[in-house]
Design a protein around this ligand. Structure first.
Ligand SMILES: Cc1ncc(COP(=O)(O)O)c(C=O)c1O
Length: 384
């Protein structure tokens, strides 16, 4: 047997094999997936804006005006008016002095962290940070110290031990697989006291947290002085693709000049960028959509608790812990058979033995959808 096939067999034997599922309809509260119509409980499109008429028209308009593709990297030839509009729109939406756009949230985190953290600096990184932060830390020239998830005592102990001359605390604001929130006000206090720079990834908070969806700073009443570096994505509540960093003009200028994942890649397509600009404008004009999402989250969490599950969610990401990888995969299949799609999340995305179903709530789910998903979830878990 060749080595590719034997490695695949080992992955299958550990119940960690992944296959692609294919949607033949747009992202929405219900979709056709591998030929089966199901309720979608796995999308990061939290506000359900992927088929929004205004946003789609703006993207089509950009194709008509600029064509497809951008023809080069931002610093060489690919920078077009839509990119400049996007950076102004992100800065305005996030309330920062400036913003810099990337092709994805992944490249934003990798670029920002690796270029900020030079060889004498130390990064304190939460154990459950997203893979893009972990990869940014791996590329950074400085030392990375991982602290226990959301454990500020552990972080404080490590900071006091090392007392770096220059240091960063890096954290997701909403943790992508657990759905819980970082303790940002306390992290900001600690960063101030020890002269560290707080870097927050707002990927799952933008368009989601805060009364008008501006993200974790709005939710916690913090400013960009408290959190000087905020990264994020335009692929979740904002229904496009792309990533960003926002903060001071100097920060963005530095990243523009040093982040390899900004410099050495082709600029995003004008249509993608126009969709992101329109998405931000739409969310800003429709805070009721954010309120609807937050109402659905509260309803769903309460509904699951009534079925006997112990869930404490504040975000649209609702993990249902199973533990065993094989059982979690079976539960996901049972749920799908009942017409609800929510993937099973396993190692290496989460630690071994901590497999789970990861459900995500959308603003466009009806209360009946949420009730149906809760009932099916109970049945699916009972079946394994
Ligand atoms: C917390 C977090 N940061 C960054 C990313 C990467 O964003 P993107 O999909 O735009 O690359 C994701 C997920 O995709 C995420 O969950």
């Amino acid at each position: 047997m060749n080595s590719f096939a034997s490695r695949i067999d080992a992955i299958k034997a550990a119940h960690l094999y992944r296959a692609l599922r294919t949607l033949s309809t747009p992202q929405g509260r219900d979709v056709v997936i591998d030929g089966q119509r199901v309720l979608l409980f796995s999308s990061n499109s939290y506000l359900g804006l992927n088929t929004n008429a205004y946003i789609c028209r703006e993207a089509i308009g950009a194709v008509e005006e600029f064509g497809v593709g951008s023809g080069g990297s931002r610093l060489v030839t690919g920078n077009m008016t839509p990119h400049m509009r996007l950076e102004a729109a992100v800065a305005q939406f996030k309330g920062s002095e400036a913003a810099l756009a990337f092709t994805s949230g992944y490249t934003a985190n990798v670029g920002v962290i690796s270029s900020l953290c030079h060889k004498d600096a130390v990064i304190f990184s939460d154990a459950l940070n997203h893979a893009s932060i972990i990869d940014g830390c791996r590329l950074a020239r400085g030392q990375t110290v991982v602290y226990a998830h959301n454990d500020l005592d552990d972080l404080l102990r490590r900071v006091r031990e090392i007392r770096p001359r220059q240091g960063f605390i890096v954290t997701d604001s909403v943790f992508s697989m657990d759905g819980d929130l970082a303790r940002l006000p306390e992290l900001a206090d600690m960063a101030r006291e020890y002269g560290l720079t707080l870097v927050v990834d707002d990927a799952h908070a933008t368009g989601v947290l805060g009364a008008t969806g501006r993200g974790s700073l709005e939710h916690f009443g913090l400013s960009h002085e408290d959190v000087p570096v905020v990264t994020g994505t335009l692929s979740k509540a904002v229904p496009s693709e792309g990533g960003f960093v926002c903060g001071s003009r100097d920060l963005c200028d530095l990243i523009r000049n040093t982040a390899r994942s900004f410099i050495f890649t082709t600029a995003p397509s004008p249509s993608t960028v126009a969709a992101a600009v329109a998405g931000l404008a739409y969310i800003a004009a429709h805070p009721e959509l954010v309120e609807q999402l937050q109402g659905n989250v509260a309803y769903f969490v309460e509904r699951l608790n009534r079925t006997g599950m112990d869930i404490h969610g504040q975000s649209p990401i609702v993990p249902i812990m199973v533990g065993d990888e094989a059982k979690a995969a079976q539960a996901a299949e049972a749920l799908l058979a009942l017409g609800v799609f929510a993937p099973c999340i396993r190692y290496p995305t989460v630690p071994r033995g901590m497999a789970r179903l990861r459900l995500t709530v959308m603003a466009t789910h009806t209360r009946e959808d949420l009730d149906y998903a809760a009932t099916c979830l109970k049945k699916a878990l009972a079946a394994v």
